[in-house]
Design a protein around this ligand. Structure first.
Ligand code: 5GP
Length: 112
């Protein structure tokens, strides 16, 4: 079981900022920007690479929630970044699909 599955089950503490039947959003424990939130589906999907067409509605829900959460966190007006590191070359370290919502400072491009 991944650390994020344990956060969903409340076996590990996290600063949760949004939850519904399908997803959970909580603050990243090692923030890389003034605002750094992780948004995850409750369904255990390892990464974007494992998505199936039956996940389309769930992923649509996550995108809409990411937009709402960014607005509620006050980072939408200036802008932010939504990132899904995927598998080894993508820099993924937790094998439960997640989106980083990063904002509160200008973010450089390209990434490392
Ligand atoms: P990845 O590298 O897989 O894209 O991102 C995993 C993220 O999860 C990292 O930014 C890391 O700081 C965060 N993280 C890892 N363990 C925990 C934890 O126990 N609690 C919280 N809130 N974040 C975690």
């Amino acid at each position: 079981m991944t650390i994020f599955a344990k956060i969903i089950r409340r076996e590990i503490k996290a600063e949760i900022i949004y939850e519904d039947d399908l997803c959970l959003a909580f603050k990243d424990v090692h923030p890389q920007a003034p605002t750094h939130v992780l948004l995850i589906p409750k369904k255990e999907i390892a990464s974007l690479a494992e998505l199936q067409s039956s996940d389309a509605a769930l992923m649509g829900h996550l995108m809409v929630k990411a937009s709402e959460i960014a607005k509620n966190l006050g980072i939408a007006e200036e802008g932010y970044r939504l990132v899904a590191n995927t598998r080894a070359f993508g820099g993924q370290t937790v094998n439960h699909l997640h989106f980083h919502i990063l904002g509160g400072r200008p973010l450089s491009w390209p990434p490392g």
